[in-house]
Design a protein around this ligand. Structure first.
Ligand SMILES: [Zn+2]
Ligand SMILES: [Zn+2]
Length: 144
């Protein structure tokens, strides 16, 4: 949380109450969370927050690299790196439903090189690899 606050302060972006609460909710979960799960969690007890407010907060958090959207799951996860703008490279385990962010400078370089070879200008870059994490693989999670 302090990292997020420092990052926003540095960029002159305001971490409003709703943005803070959405970020907390995403961070509290180790598995990716759908927008409606986030909304339901925040509204437990009070039920005052509109879906649009949550979507806008998520947009803000994504813009600042604090949260990533996993396209294949249509879910959100807190960024483990929370630094500069970076592409989202994730390993998604179908056994324990975890999503692990890869800190892959080498991967980023390889993608950049491939893109420039094609003269392609990226707008979003998400790499999602689905499978089993080391733990689930060892446990022998059956194929679906
Ligand atoms: Zn990240
Ligand atoms: Zn797993």
């Amino acid at each position: 949380m302090r990292t997020a606050e420092a990052l926003c302060a540095k960029r002159g972006a305001r971490l409003t109450e709703i943005r803070r609460r959405v970020l907390k909710a995403v961070w509290a979960s180790h598995a990716p969370m759908g927008a409606y799960d986030i909304l339901a969690g925040l509204n437990a007890g009070t039920g005052k927050i509109a879906p649009m407010a949550v979507y806008r907060a998520l947009d803000f958090l994504m813009e600042h690299g604090l949260v990533h959207r996993l396209a294949s799951l249509n879910a959100f996860i807190g960024c483990a790196l929370a630094t500069e703008n970076h592409a989202a490279h994730f390993l998604i385990c179908r056994g324990c439903k975890s999503a692990t962010e890869m800190e892959g400078a080498a991967l980023t370089r390889a993608v950049k090189k491939t893109l420039s070879a094609h003269g392609f200008v990226p707008e979003t870059e998400i790499i999602e690899i689905q499978g089993l994490c080391a733990h689930c693989h060892k446990e022998g999670v059956p194929k679906t």
